[in-house]
Ligand binder design. Sequence first.
Ligand code: ZN
Length: 391
Amino acid sequence: MKKATQQQTKEHNRNLALKTIMEHASISRAEIARKTSLTRTTVSDIVAELIAEGLVNEIGVGESLGGKSPILLSLVEDSRCLLSLDLAHNQFTGATVNLRGKIRERLSRPVKVRQVDETLALVYQILDQLLASACQPVVGIGVGTPGLVNTREGVVVNAVNLDWQNLPLRDLLQERYHLPVYVLNDSQAAAMGEYAYGAGHDPDSNLVVINARHGIGAGIVIHGRLFHGDGGYAGEIGHIVVVPEGGLLCRCGNHGCLETVASVQALIRRTQVLDNLPAVHTDTLEAIERAFAGGDALIQQVVLEAGRYLGLAIASLVGTLNIQKIVLTGEMTCFGQPWLKAVQETMRQSSLTRLAQATQLELGKLGGNGVILGASALLANDYSLLFSHRS
Ligand SMILES: [Zn+2]
């Protein structure tokens, strides 16, 4: 193993101290030294650097534990900002996010035309507008996109909805904006969002997030890190076949995939062919949601059936991973507790009792912002980015 250079050790210590400060609302130098096992002198030097960088400031005096009252330090949460994109099926959303995951600005644009040039132009338009009004300095751009993504290369390999094939999105954005860019699958981004800012987590915990929207995917976090799998496509559960015979044609070319029975598009397709429906137009999710909330029995039946198919797929994840915390996100969660219950019951019926009993299944805490916050969390966790731009 190569010995860490002095520079690497210095950066490691600096990142460790910064991480500790980020994890606390306020903290003293002595407390940082205690938590990181760095010497007090080292901590003092690092804090001086962080203050000079504008990342940290002194916010007052804490309670004395006998000796002199300690000076408290805190992260300057708006000292850097991150741009984040959620490229959903029918609308693109962009946001400016600060270092604590607070959204400072947010804008959405409908996706009307699905040609590569047009959808890319829409991405540029959103980023241009955010950059024009963003706090400074902007340290990076994070993108959550549907489809298969090669995260290492920043290439969208295949996003059927957007008609993107082998699109080098990271390079295109880097060339245009001269900023570091992360591109990841929207389900992976949602998982990072829930992990970093959703339900309370300890840094070493595991989490599975099932993102059920136009498509369906899972994001798997193991020991606090996204699990990508060997090919980078871990969590692509949307195309597992759950209707082995006579299933509907899926956009992937196969029949009976989970997406054909449990996603938003499946729901819309399903409700449109129901011929004994009352005079409701169910061509949008909002319309279905209204009918569902209004007690339409047929719509409720269709929605709960979608939930049961999802529960079936989740059961196989429970059996494979035995990760005990599973969070559901995406537009399908608009059907709330009744849908969650349908998912849960089927998951339990289709799993080993012991495993299912220990598995906690819940709705995400971030509303529609999970993908945005996850993409920005990845940037905020790459501490080297925070130092490359001096204000
Ligand atoms: Zn499929």
